[in-house]
Design a protein around this ligand. Sequence first.
Ligand SMILES: Nc1ncnc2c1ncn2[C@@H]1O[C@H](COP(=O)(O)OP(=O)(O)OP(=O)(O)O)[C@@H](O)[C@H]1O
Length: 586
Amino acid sequence: MNYDLNQLSKNQQKTSTMAGLKKLLQLIAHEKPTLIIAFFIIIANSALNLLGPLIIGHTIDNYVQHKNFDGVLRNAAILLAMYATALFTSYKQTTLMGGVGQRMLFTLRNSIFNKLQQLPVAFFNQNKAGDLISRVNNDTDKLNQFFSQSLMQFIGNISTMIGAGIFLLVINFELGAAALAPSLLILFLTLALSPWIKSKNAANLKSTGGLSAEIQESLNNFKVIIAFNRRDYFRKRFEEANTDNYKTAIGAGLANNVFVPVYGLFASMAQLIVLCFGIYLISKGMFSIGLMVSYLSYATNFYNPLRQLAALWTNFQTAMAGWDRISQILSLESNLPVLPAGVNEPDACLLEFRHVHFSYDESREILHNICFKLERGKTYALVGPTGGGKTTTASLIARLYDPTKGLVLLGGKDIRTLTPEERSQKIGFILQEPFLFTGTVRDNILYGNELYKDHTNEQMEQVIRDANLGSLLAIFEEGLDTRVLSGGDSISLGQKQLIAFMRAVLRNPEILILDEATANIDTITERLLSDILDKLPESTTRVIIAHRLNTIENADEIFFVNSGEVIRAGSFDDAMDLLLQGKRVS
Ligand SMILES: Nc1ncnc2c1ncn2[C@@H]1O[C@H](COP(=O)(O)OP(=O)(O)OP(=O)(O)O)[C@@H](O)[C@H]1O
């Protein structure tokens, strides 16, 4: 399945936008009461602002021209009360919508992160971490900015414009129609240019994701960069990504601001029309000065928000471009669904590969028609040349991927019918490159293990001793409290492997897979691990992948994995022969 977010098909993009929009509505469903209150407050605020010019016009025509100062003072007091109320409604709408925006940002980031946790390994193989970080951080913030600031102004401006438009038409229809005519041109222009603005912003967000991916890659690999003195190479790559980001930012900025002068021009045109036409009507005695003052004010009330809408519209387009990128993640489904429980085969072995085929992508099949069985309590070794397919086979045992054809059965059940919790409880996988989290050795050993989470350190040490792991813990000077910094950078690779080993063994799995788990460990510690493996419960099946052949001397059965095939190698010496032949062949 294609998980590359930057290469989604048109169909995938279309369904992701629709599914994303549905998801967005679901996400803000619980905000409905707040949004309704905010909506009415915004309308009230616009109404208060719109009544002002009418009262001023009325004051000029009825009180100022007749020198009725009581009336002037009364209307001034009404205006003061209205403006004070408008100040309050304006404050209220800002706090309400600001809250909605922040809560939405919070929920949205949580939803994306939860989705990322559900997606299969194939998704992470196909996407760069930096681009994903940019989607979680930057793109969600674009949406937050729109919701917390622009949406409120958007509704406020639209309602002010509608109100001002109605006043303009009601006071004098012909003059109103002439004043509003330029806005129709603006509407057509806006609709015509919107897709272009959105695409410019989408390109900019994409290149920001690319820039973030570039930074992330060079920060992750800084030791290699320094060791190989490739600073220039990465500087050049960064410069290219930065230049691309700069160019797309200029493009987006240009697109976002193209409306501002155009809107300004049309607004000034409308003022001019009102002024000329209005003076003509006054000279004919068909219009009063007070109404003219109100009228000019309404024309301003109509075109000023329109001018602001130019900026808000581009914010909206940026938010939509960000939302497209977010919804691409939210609409993805894992290609590793849990199937309904099927038939449980009687007298089944612990694990069986039944005619398994597998490929990472369509270009090349990595495993062809693999059949083998693993018995409970035995030790198996997978050997074979580099790139032969050992890790791939182990990954299918742990269901990091599903076979493209064939079945993997665990205890007689299709492995796809097991929930992730059941599966991870039954299968312990120590990866070639164990990943540790920042925290302590204790945090890392207990990662994903609910059983001992409330144990004190003393109780934990006892559990570790009972599992024969005490000698491994003793290697860490501060025991369970030893600090692990920056994802494990503060400790050696061998020590990381020991922590990963303890983490897996303490879960008491039915199958324990060790993928080159002793590659970075000294011979004495390796012997310790070998003793621990021997003392695991009798029912535990061990699958050991190793290049150092002394580690698999005691295996009950050896499989030779090469060129997409997994074959029984027979004795240790036969495996050696195959390995030497295999190496020659590859
Ligand atoms: N994520 C991936 N995407 C595409 N191809 C992959 C991926 N991972 C591995 N491969 C390819 O699959 C083949 C088998 O790789 P695998 O890692 O299973 O070999 P291995 O026997 O474990 O090698 P090693 O001894 O070096 O660990 C290799 O040709 C490799 O290039």
